[in-house]
Design a protein around this ligand. Structure first.
Ligand SMILES: [Zn+2]
Length: 311
């Protein structure tokens, strides 16, 4: 009896407590790296929902019914933009009617790089390239793998903080404190990545898809070509022969696959060369979702590049 009474009192106390605290806003985020930044800033308040979960890629994603439900209930939606998550264009218009929608490629303080083409990189003006590149061109030709430069992640974190404070001012102090912690963590991993990559900055490599321009720019690493601009457009025989010649002629030290696109293509690309193989995970698909993912993602990319290039 005594324990029953205790439970009843505890339940009542808990109910009173949760009512007194301000309810967390319902937040939905498109991809893992951005979700991690939002989760960091919401720490202790609530957990944001993630759309492109697990090993999925935004380049090839199809919205699930559970994602549609989440969008319908959202107070805030964060996504990168049309050029990356084209599958969200229509659902955002149709479903997220009441939500504040923040498109990251529109925010202030970003260092944006133009989409590159030609040379060792894939062409993206062909009729069959209906994905990332074409969309990016419609929106000014920017490469939308923005999060791979930590200074851009810091700009995103500032925007996330401002947005959450506006939607949920009762928790402003916590958002501010979390954002300060996150900015410091990003600075630390940025310095760590720079130190890891400095000794291998002259070693050429080839990557699976053209996702790393921001990372290359930030850390002065030498990616000399990609097998494809975007994973939804796999290369033809002519393109593979071209890249094969590139790997040989430029003496690429490493060819980097990606966890969700491991492909026999890369074996073919390496034929006739002495290139080693490594794996890069630009989305953090192999990492647990949540506040720590972003920092681990940058650290893992730097470590994987360093290990293969210096091996
Ligand atoms: Zn990509």
């Amino acid at each position: 009896m005594a324990s029953m009474k205790f439970l009843a009192v505890a339940a009542l106390t808990f109910a009173t407590f949760t009512q007194a605290a301000s309810a967390a806003p319902t937040v939905v985020v498109s991809i893992k790296p951005l979700h991690s930044l939002v989760a960091s800033i919401m720490k202790g308040i609530g957990d944001p929902e993630l759309i492109v979960a697990g090993a999925a890629s935004p380049h090839t994603y199809n919205l699930k019914p559970s994602n549609a439900d989440a969008l319908q209930e959202a107070d805030v939606v964060f996504w990168v933009g049309h050029g990356l998550e084209a599958f969200l264009d229509k659902p955002l218009m149709a479903l997220a009617g009441n939500a504040k929608v923040v498109e990251m490629d529109d925010i202030p303080g970003l260092d944006k790089l133009a989409f590159r083409e030609g040379g060792p990189f894939d062409h993206h003006d062909d009729d069959d390239h209906a994905g990332e590149a074409e969309h990016a061109e419609e929106h000014g030709g920017y490469d939308l793998h923005l999060w791979l430069d930590p200074t851009n992640a810091k700009a995103m974190a500032r925007q996330i903080e401002t947005t959450l404070v506006a939607v949920d001012p009762d928790n402003a102090e916590t958002y501010h404190r979390n954002a300060t912690t996150l900015q410091a963590a990003i600075d630390a991993v940025d310095a760590e990545a720079a130190a890891l990559l400095k000794p291998v900055s002259d070693k050429p490599s080839v990557v699976f898809h053209d996702a790393y321009q921001y990372f290359e720019h930030r850390y002065h690493v030498r990616v000399v070509g990609s097998v494809t601009v975007s994973p939804e457009n796999l290369p033809g025989a002519e393109r593979i022969a071209e890249i094969q010649a590139k790997v040989r002629d430029l003496q690429a030290v490493c060819i980097f696959a990606e966890p969700q696109f491991e492909s026999s293509l890369l074996q073919v690309v390496a034929e006739g060369s002495t290139a080693r193989f490594g794996v890069l995970d630009p989305l953090g698909t192999t990492l647990a979702d949540g506040p720590d993912l972003y920092v681990e993602l940058i650290r893992n990319l730097a470590t994987a590049m360093r290990d293969c290039l210096s091996g």
